[in-house]
Design a protein around this ligand. Sequence first.
Ligand SMILES: Cc1cc2nc3c(=O)[nH]c(=O)nc-3n(C[C@H](O)[C@H](O)[C@H](O)COP(=O)(O)OP(=O)(O)OC[C@H]3O[C@@H](n4cnc5c(N)ncnc54)[C@H](O)[C@@H]3O)c2cc1C
Length: 241
Amino acid sequence: MSVPRKVKAVVADLKKYRDDVTLYRLKPELPVKFRPGQFLHLALDNYDPSYNWPESRVFSMADAPNKEFIDILVSPKGNFTNRMISEISIGRQVWLKLPYGTFNFRGSAGKDVVLIAGGTGISPFISFLEDLAESTDEYRSISLFYGVRNSDLIIFEENFKRYVQEINSFQYKVYCEKINNKLSFSIEQGILPIKGLVDQTISFTNPVYYLSGPKSMIECFEKELKDKAIPEERIFYDKWE
Ligand SMILES: Cc1cc2nc3c(=O)[nH]c(=O)nc-3n(C[C@H](O)[C@H](O)[C@H](O)COP(=O)(O)OP(=O)(O)OC[C@H]3O[C@@H](n4cnc5c(N)ncnc54)[C@H](O)[C@@H]3O)c2cc1C
């Protein structure tokens, strides 16, 4: 396991979506290591090694490891993330501390994997799927269910279409509360149907569930899975406050 290191980075690019949801492309000064599913700490203020680490928040990597850049997708919530939105432009320096987290997909190779993401909770799954598309690892099946508030926030639709071609037995379904643009793939209107998704996937062979996104969404899925007697060791989650 890699020891976390502190590294300066520059914001090389950014793309803004609806509600100021922003995809940041960060270029670390030195090469950094992480596994798909891990997260980093991002600080806006300068880090002086003779003082404490400045205030920071954690964000999941949204791209395969071992690249020149690190992508993170941020949905502004409170003071810190709103500061990011107002202060960060291309070329801004930030500090990163990584890698962190134990959300690990490797142990599920060969199995039926169910990925459930809410909003920006998609990031660790993009990291996993990008990495998988380039690797020889095999899973029995991978089913992604992704819920977003608004169709303008389906940020990785081109990736999903590519994964269908590149990853064996990959399928996905997107659920959207409000559809305002024309989409080039089919979508279900509404929120992620918790009971329906569990009923639909429980008949797979010992499915392993990965949940990522808002705390309330995770807790509802977790309860439904436990009510259906899915053992704890087959439920992994990245619960965001
Ligand atoms: C594992 C994990 C991965 C995550 N990945 C993402 C991601 O990819 N994209 C994304 O948009 N969000 C992600 N989040 C959520 C993100 O880290 C922020 O918590 C969230 O955006 C809240 O926004 P905020 O900090 O602006 O809100 P704030 O209201 O400023 O703070 C939210 C919480 O942060 C804590 N906090 C407040 N002040 C401080 C302080 N001075 N120092 C330290 N902590 C403080 C408190 O617990 C507070 O309730 C992730 C969270 C976790 C746990």
